[in-house]
Design a protein around this ligand. Sequence first.
Ligand code: CMP
Length: 140
Amino acid sequence: MAIERTFSIIKPDATKRNLTGAINDRFEKAGLRIVAQKRIQMTEAQAKKFYEVHAARPFYGELVSFMISGPVVVQVLEGEGAVLKNREIMGATNPADAADGTIRKDFAESIEANSVHGSDSLENAAIEIAYFFAGSEIVG
Ligand code: CMP
């Protein structure tokens, strides 16, 4: 399988509980390399645009409020089949459906406060990475 890059967010529920290191440990143990990372406070405008695809969904407003409720860690993860691999490590969106040993099963509080975001395709990964990182900030 090809070496890919995917975009990841450690969400406010996880940064609040000091879980950044524990979550990064899951990525690294699974063979993903953190090739870019920064802790930021997202603005409302940034969060709205990032989740624009969900704008018509009933949870959009709360999702945006949650994502700006505290710091997040935005990341680029690199490795073999990184997009799919990261989705396996994260587990299902709803922690109630997430498999044992996944980040969301072990750390998520709810479908909204679900600790991590990961790109759902290689195409979206490229768009999401470019939204938060300049090329010079990614060091493989
Ligand atoms: P994420 O992968 O960041 O993409 C969109 C987010 O919306 C999702 O994770 C969830 O945290 C959040 N969300 C909140 N409510 C729902 C819902 N009912 N269905 C799907 N996603 C939801």
